[in-house]
Write a protein that binds this ligand. Structure first.
Ligand SMILES: Cc1cc2nc3c(=O)[nH]c(=O)nc-3n(C[C@H](O)[C@H](O)[C@H](O)COP(=O)(O)OP(=O)(O)OC[C@H]3O[C@@H](n4cnc5c(N)ncnc54)[C@H](O)[C@@H]3O)c2cc1C
Length: 462
């Protein structure tokens, strides 16, 4: 079977490649291969069971049409300063321009017209002043919030649009390997119930997201696709009462703070803030349970959660950041008997574990009820833990009460960013006909930047 373009992965990067090719008037034959299901068939059983069922063969939260986007909080960060390193590759001006363009596409498919985090200049100034006093940088980032339930509607409309325009989609189909010959990519090998099938195309786009990071790393080694070890972020999900975050939530919706706390001076940042949101558990294919957070447009909790992440890079002799973070995750899971661990900030400072009965004495009620009270410091590397503690104390200057005794820290919060595939400005790898996009390329880390990379790829392949 022959196509003009084969896209592996139906996340925002893959989807926006196809959308933009169609918008440019292409008549090329496009195939999207997706190991998960169509969006209307994706559902997380946790809604019914109240706990993560560790679905096999894959987690419906991160797999299927729209990728990790459909069930994500759907916060579109409208700033080139957020969402990965793509501006270093394509230039800040093009990144900014394409963000505005991709944002219009989301609006066309029904996104909320309201943008959070703009206006309120006086209030923002006050927050920034406190951030400066605490040695933190406040990043300006307007946010369009789709909301978990609305994001599914928007991506469903996109799925139907692509099908109507003749894009072929194979769901529940996993790409096993690439077909390479003399430095050229000729297509892909997919796993079907009848065995391995070969599909050919002059252009293959790998857009397999963070879940495909391990697979892509293997493929890169096997086929000499030029890449370099990526960054890995290790941290915690912090949860506080809405009252604590009220000012920041109202003025900015999401406070993007960056610091380099002593003594290590590593980059530490806030990420994915969810006012009135819920802490959630995600399970990777290798049974690793990691913590995340999201918020609904309508359903609100009493709490706000956000991640605090420390970036880790390795060079010699060790260069496997993903394996390093996985080991930390496994150790934390072991201590929590396979569940997410939660600990009060005050207990960390007092050098003691948190007990279940102590959680019920607080103002805050955990929104992840199956998290297990314990000691996250028993698994967190010293450097990361000190970075997190010192950063939380700095944030307390900006948000008084953030470093309270009862503040909850969930672990492991790990962000695997894939190895960074070496790309030119047209997203060509060193293998002819092979392109790599989105989170799996190591160049993006969010819905908007993955979409932007897709738009630009679509223009090249039209
Ligand atoms: C719970 C959660 C909340 C999030 N919230 C936000 C947010 O609010 N804002 C934000 O900007 N970002 C958020 N993110 C991150 C965001 O979803 C990702 O950055 C974005 O989806 C990346 O897009 P992508 O297209 O590169 O990859 P993905 O969306 O991960 O899509 C990749 C697709 O490829 C498929 N795939 C992988 N391997 C194969 C294979 N071998 N064969 C076939 N198919 C394959 C996967 O099933 C998946 O559907 C969140 C992520 C999660 C998990």
């Amino acid at each position: 079977m022959n196509y003009d373009v084969i896209i592996i992965g139906a996340g925002p990067a893959g989807i926006f490649t196809a959308i933009e090719m169609i918008k440019c008037g292409t008549n090329k034959k496009i195939l999207i291969i997706e190991k998960g299901r169509a969006i209307e068939n994706r559902s997380c059983p946790k809604h019914k069971t109240g706990r993560c069922m560790n679905c096999k063969p894959y987690c419906h939260i991160t797999t299927g049409f729209s990728g990790a986007g459909a069930f994500s909080d759907g916060k579109l960060s409208l700033s080139p300063e957020v969402g990965g390193d793509l501006p270093d590759l394509i230039g800040e001006a093009l990144a900014e321009e394409t963000i505005a363009y991709a944002d219009k596409i989301y609006l066309e498919f029904g996104a909320d017209t309201k943008v959070e985090g703009i206006g309120n200049n006086e209030a923002v100034k006050k927050i920034r002043k406190r951030a400066i006093q605490a040695g933190l940088k406040l990043v300006d980032c307007p946010i369009r919030h789709l909301g978990t339930e609305k994001a599914q509607e928007i991506y469903y409309a996109i799925e139907q649009y692509l099908l109507k325009k003749g894009v072929e989609m194979m769901f529940s189909t996993e790409c096993e390997d690439l077909i390479l010959d003399s430095g050229k990519c000729l297509g892909v090998r997919i796993k079907t119930k009848d065995g391995i099938v070969e599909l050919k195309a002059p252009h293959t786009v790998v857009a397999t997201g963070r879940r495909g990071a391990d697979w892509l790393e293997k493929i890169c080694y096997e086929h000499n696709i030029a890449h370099q070890p990526g960054t890995v972020d290790i941290g915690v999900r912090v949860e506080v009462r809405n009252e604590i975050m009220e000012t920041v939530n109202n003025v900015l919706y999401e406070s993007k703070l960056i610091g380099y706390p002593a003594p290590f001076k590593n980059k530490v940042r806030t990420f994915c803030q969810n006012p009135g949101g819920f802490v959630s558990q995600e399970n990777y294919d290798n049974d690793l349970a990691v913590v995340n957070g999201h918020s609904y447009k309508e359903l609100k909790s009493q709490n706000t959660n956000l991640a605090i992440l420390c970036s880790h890079n390795f060079s010699e002799p060790f260069n496997q950041p993903i394996a390093y973070a996985q080991k930390i995750g496994e150790l934390t899971n072991m201590l929590g008997d396979g569940k997410i661990l939660v600990q009060r900030f005050g207990d960390i400072l007092d050098g003691k574990r948190t007990w279940e009965k102590e959680l019920s004495r607080s103002n805050i009620k955990p929104t992840l009820p199956d998290a297990v009270a314990g000691d996250i410091t028993a698994a967190m590397p010293y450097r990361a833990m000190i970075n997190i503690i010192n950063f939380i104390q700095a944030v307390d200057h900006v948000v008084p009460g953030f470093a309270s005794t009862e503040t909850l820290l969930y672990s492991p919060e790990l962000k695997f960013y894939s190895n960074k595939v070496k790309l030119d400005k047209d997203f060509n790898t060193n293998v002819e006909g092979l392109h790599c996009l989105g989170d799996s390329s190591g160049w993006t880390r969010g819905l908007m930047m993955a979409s932007v990379m897709g738009v630009l790829m679509g223009r090249k392949l039209k």
